[in-house]
Design a protein around this ligand. Sequence first.
Ligand SMILES: [Zn+2]
Length: 365
Amino acid sequence: MGLPASGRVAVYDAPGAPFHLVDYPLRPPASGELLVKNRMATVCRSDIHTWQGHRPGPCPGLLGHEIIGDIVALGEGVTQDMRGDPLRVGDRITWSEYFIPGSNYYTDVLDLPQKSRGVDKYGHMAATTPPHHHGGFGEYCYVLPRSWILRLPDILTDAEATPLNCGVATMIAVTEAAGIRIGQTVVVQGLGLLGLYGAAIAKARGARLVIGLDGNAARRERAGRFGVDLALDPGMDKVDLLQEVLALCRPEGPDVAIEVCGAPQAILQGIDLLRTGGTYVLGGVVNPQAMVTLDANLLLKKMLTVRGVHNYHPRNLIEALDFVVANRSRFPFHELVDGRYPLERVGDAMADAAAQRVLRAAIVH
Ligand SMILES: [Zn+2]
């Protein structure tokens, strides 16, 4: 593949505004960079939040951070992926949704590279910011220095591989934070893409029972194929819900509850359901101002552990890939990408995803 002179990206000029295509020049990748021809980018819930203006995003905005692509050109010094496998032109790769400025206190002392000061994410920058191609909703993407790259095995389809670097890796981090152990019972609040991966990963980590909560009947219906043993409507009668959960999580309630529904009110329900000494992990309330009033005395009396997870550690990307490769015949991950759109129809993909007409919309190139 030769290097074309330019490539198109889909941008929006203000929150909620329609997308339009803009052509930006391409240059050979600089030292430490890769140039990738995007193959598929899936619409993440946070893309929708940003486009709708529920969280700040620079404009003209270029979105899309769940991406895979084929290497077009390698910059100086880029020879291998995270595992040490060689990288060559034409290889299909995934890469961390974020990149960091360099070694710092967060990498060296806290082991939280994903929270490094100055961390930035693909699909989170203005399209006017060089090198312009840094998102999934475009034909090309520069993988910038200090990203984490993995070559994808041929066995994975594009639909199985694209959610790895956000949805799957995030849920690896969330279930790691939950410390799920063999035989435990887990409640998952929200059965969107994150919840389904969360249920499947919880089972792979040894959970004996997963209960899913979601107000959408179609989502509850699908959840059984992803490891959810019982799916309930969180809006059902509170006493009935508690009884159903307790009957399966003897004697006092689930060991772990995971919030991936993005609704702050759900936190009260999750904390209420947990057993004494249980663990609650927040993974979905990614918007600022997710206000909730709770009786803090409950946290104390029940001796709960509450953890928040934002982004993920680079090791979680390797674990995400290995988990999907090892469990792709146990769980039908290929079903999760259920809408495909060309770059010209990013607006339709976003609208369909926002209205929950599709679970994961994909821009295909
Ligand atoms: Zn995402």
